[in-house]
Design a protein around this ligand. Structure first.
Ligand SMILES: Nc1ncnc2c1ncn2[C@@H]1O[C@H](COP(=O)(O)OP(=O)(O)OP(=O)(O)O)[C@@H](O)[C@H]1O
Ligand SMILES: [Mg+2]
Length: 253
């Protein structure tokens, strides 16, 4: 199952969800590959310490731009069952380079993943906060989208645009079967704004909204600054419990 974590809005917990969902699935025994498709490379650095240098040739950049095979850039992590494809800041020029390319510019990640032939139970793709060709490559390669939505003010702006992009990917026959796996409420709080956004999401998306909601929880942020996932950093925190519940729901779907 290939799942893209997507929302072009910044700071809605895409990376936090990619990191902890992938780590949680791996802990349940599923062979998991986490692909960092964001030039910011935040996700990469949770699993590969910043002191370790990553050359662009050993990153997703080489796969997307130079057609390198995925296995040449996959790295094992210290977590059992979890491998990562690191990002690199060079990926920030990839959108432009892809725009000028003629051959399969939307299908490069898909072709690379096809060659892995189900070696992984789950492939989780973390995406940049934009809807450029990098994101399109991820949408074309994915079976499902998981859309985190921060339940703050302005949370719902942008969802229409995301829906249009998904429809475009389907209609152009790039990936007619792309589906939404679920919408995830993040940064939930006991405030009227948070509850109101949750209510609107459930009205609009119905059962697609996960029962699990991810509360605002400082352990989730602290885990990142300690270069690890929340199950390792604070296994009993509200954040860890929520992501554990999300893993269960994702497996069940
Ligand atoms: N539930 C939470 N409670 C508290 N802090 C959180 C929570 N989820 C994420 N954060 C923190 O909020 C910030 C934004 O989260 P994250 O980087 O996962 O969002 P993003 O959608 O990937 O952002 P971008 O669009 O820039 O890629 C990070 O500092 C992260 O550690
Ligand atoms: Mg991110």
């Amino acid at each position: 199952m290939i799942i893209s974590i997507a929302n072009q809005k910044g700071g809605v917990a895409k990376s936090t969800t990619a990191i902890n969902l992938a780590a949680g699935l791996a802990r349940e025994g599923y062979k998991t590959l986490l692909i960092d498709n964001d030039p910011q490379a935040n996700t990469t650095r949770v699993f590969i310490h910043p002191d370790i240098e990553i050359e662009p040739e050993k990153s997703l950049y080489n796969v997307i731009i130079k057609f390198a095979p995925l296995p040449s850039v996959i790295r094992e992590t210290r977590c059992d069952n979890l491998s990562v494809v690191p990002s690199h800041i060079r990926l920030s020029s990839a959108d432009l380079e892809l725009a000028q390319a003629f051959d399969n510019r939307s299908e490069r990640l898909k072709r690379a993943l096809d060659k892995l032939q189900n070696k992984y139970d789950y492939v989780i793709i973390d995406n940049p906060p934009s809807l450029g060709l990098l994101a399109i490559n991820a949408f074309v390669a994915s079976e499902k989208l998981l859309i985190p939505v921060s339940t703050g003010f302005f949370a719902l702006s942008g969802l229409v645009q995301l829906q249009e992009t998904v429809d475009m990917v389907r209609q152009t026959q790039l990936n007619p079967s792309l589906d939404i796996l679920g919408v995830l409420c993040t940064f939930t709080e006991h405030t009227n704004v948070s509850k109101d956004v949750e209510r609107q999401l459930r009205t609009y998306f119905g059962n697609l909204v996960f029962e699990t909601m991810i509360p605002k929880n400082v352990s989730l942020e602290e885990a990142h600054s300690n270069y690890t996932h929340v199950f390792d950093y604070a296994p009993n925190s509200a954040g860890a419990r929520a992501y554990k519940a999300l893993v269960k729901e994702v497996v069940a779907r």
